[in-house]
Structure formats: C-alpha cells, structure tokens
Design a protein around this ligand. Sequence first.
Ligand code: AMP
Length: 425
Amino acid sequence: MSVKIPRGTQDILPGQSEKWQYIEAIAKDVCRRYHYKEIRTPIFEHTELFKRGVGDTTDIVQKEMYTFEDRGERSLTLRPEGTAAVVRSFVENKMFGHPDQPVKMFYTGPMFRYERPQSGRYRQFVQFGVEAIGSEDPAIDAEVIALVMDIYKSAGLKKLNLVINSLGDAESRNAHREALIAHFEPRIMEFCSDCQTRLAQNPLRILDCKKDRDHELMATAPSILDYLNEESKAYFSKVTGYLDALNISYTIDPKLVRGLDYYNHTAFEVMSEAEGFGAITTLCGGGRYNGLVKDLGGPDSPGIGFAFSIERFIAAMEAERIEWQVDKGLDCYIVALGEEAKDRSVALVHQLRTAGLSADRDYQDRKMKAQLKASDRQNARFTAILGEDELAENRITVKDMAEGSQENVTLQELANYVKTKLEAN
Ligand code: AMP
C-alpha cells in the first residue's frame, strides 16, 4: 500500500510553487516599502502560549490544535496562527525596550489547524502576516490596513471589499457585553450548545456563530457602535479619517467582531467579491490587540496586525483571472550531439550558470529532435546547438527562439553573448 498525503494538506508542485513565491515576493517588497522587517519564530511552541495568546474559549484552542507531547513530556503545539508567537518573541527579546516603537514585523510560513477541509480551507496553509507592536497611534492602524491593501493591489486584485469595525476600549466592550447578555439570555435555549456556553464566557462570539447565523435575534442584536464611549469613537473616526485621506474605500460592519478579550478598537477583514470565488470569501483578518502583550507577560504595549493565507490569495487571483507573471522559462538550453559535445556541454552549462543565467541540458542521451523539443517545452529563450562540426571549430550555434534568428559564436563567448542579448531586450 502506498502512503498518501494527509487530509487537508497539499503538495505544492514545481510549476505551482512559483505562485507562492510570487505572492510572497510582492508582500515582502510592500513590507520593505512600509519598513516592516521579517521575524521567524518556531513552527511549534509550548501549548500554553496558544491557550493564553489565542484564548482558551476559541475554536482554535478547543478543537483545532495539533498538540503533542515531546520525548521530554512537554506539551507542544504546531502553531495555528502567528500573532501569539510574535508577541512572545517581542516580550522574550525585550523588544519593548527598542527606542523606535512600534516594532514593525512581518512573518510568513505554514500554520496548522485541525479544521474540516473544504475549498479554501486546509489543515496546513501558509500565512503572511504583519504585526506593529508598541504604538496606539490610529495612524498605525491606517498604515497596517494600507499595507495589506497595497499587497493586494500590487498583485493586481481589484474585486475586494475592506470591511472595518471598532470594538472600542475595555469600557465600551463591557457595556456592549452586558447589552448582548440581556438581548440573548431570555431565548438562549433556542441557540446551539456552543452559543449557550458563549453567553457566559464571551457573548460577543455568538455574533460569529455559523449555525445560528439566521436566528431572528442576530439581526436585532445590539451594535457595538452604539456602545462606544467618546474616546473609542474618536479613535475610530481618526482611523477612518486617515483611510479616507489615503483614498482607501471601506465598508463599516458593526457585526464584524473578534471574540477574544484582548482585541479592541480596530477590527478589519478583506473579502473577495470575485464571481465564483467560493463560499469562504475572507481573504484577510486583522485587528488591534492592546491587551495581548501584557497577557503574555510583557508591559502594557499595544499592538495591531493582520494575516492572510497565500492559498486564498491565489484563489482570488484565479477567480479574477489575473495572469501570473511567473514562468519566464530558461535563458538557454544546450543541445549537444555526440559523445564529445555532451562531455563539453557539462562545462558550458556551468559557464552559463556562473554568469548568472538559467541554463540546462539533456541528461537522457536523447536525439537532436527530442532535445530541441525539450528546449521548446522549457520555454528556453536561446537554444545553443553543439555538434561535431561546431566543436571542431570551438564554436556553437545559438538560436534566438523569440526572434527566430541564429548566430555562430565561440564557446568562450557563449555566456556573454546570451547575457548581452537578454539585456538588450
Ligand atoms: P485567522 O487567523 O483565523 O484570522 O485567519 C486569517 C486568514 O488566514 C484568513 O482570512 C484566511 O485568509 C487564512 N486562513 C485561516 N484559516 C485558514 C485555513 N484553514 N486554510 C486556508 N486559509 C486560512
């Protein structure tokens, strides 16, 4: 019996992985322009980190973590998201002591969640995320939102909806929490068992429930925006004012919530509005988490961030039928005929590669026709043909596949010739 790939995971094959690289390259370049630097944290962390950092009452912690004991009987968990680890590192490395706050970081890498796999939902997926920790200036909220919209725009995505909301500060959230309890409590038995638990633990998360989405009390639930105190209102209007100034359009949705206690003020999501995108349209989720650093043992340092998965980004690119500018093909393919020419092509292909060009040759002892076909399949811009006659004169025939022209150059000149021609284009 052959062993198959685990459910909810995928092999990203040659020819496809270029899409991941392409999006990561765009995202990294945007981060460079906004002055965010990369942080790399471990793939696994102490389970305790996620219990505290993601929240004991969340689906992620209760149902979705890949938790295991190592040989030293420590409970470890494959990271289900990136923020908790970045904040742990911020605290552990005393980044709060840096003179320049906020510390602006990005990360990318695989995340693991035991979810029900479906289109756009995997058990292993790659997230790209950003965290800015150490400032409560609403301009940072606008910057982080502008950054993610810039990444999408740079990739060519257009059919997007940026949805934002404010969860207010602790006082506003408490007032809203009381109102939610009063609203749902009399009829809570009509809700699912998860919601019944949520009522006491975290009533805000009832608004997030997929099962009870259509219950009539959902539509009439008290809106957080009616419970924002003056300070929170002022904060939110600063953020939206900055977005207006940056010409970033958005929709305010008071139902957009983040169930965790440490989330406050700005919450946002980016949705795809492309036709045929599928049921799950959320491309990106983000928000402010002013309590998290303190919860994880650091000072009272405020933060904001977002994360998106490359998988859903690619799905959005495909739904919008955006052409991938990835497969440029080989610079040069060497066709060698005869034993001596084959031997010689070992050094020739090396010469091209050390000159910075992408180059390849035949390794299957194929006839000329098959080698030419391979060059074609690999989309080589130049095909260099080395036969016995050419070799005797220390020369090689170079065909420009784009222009249809050909020239005969010395073996020593080959790399320079190809390079010069490519640069001239
Ligand atoms: P979250 O950390 O749950 O707020 O998710 C942030 C983003 O990660 C989402 O908007 C998706 O783009 C992506 N994402 C979350 N879970 C998955 C998953 N199981 N498969 C693919 N992408 C995911």
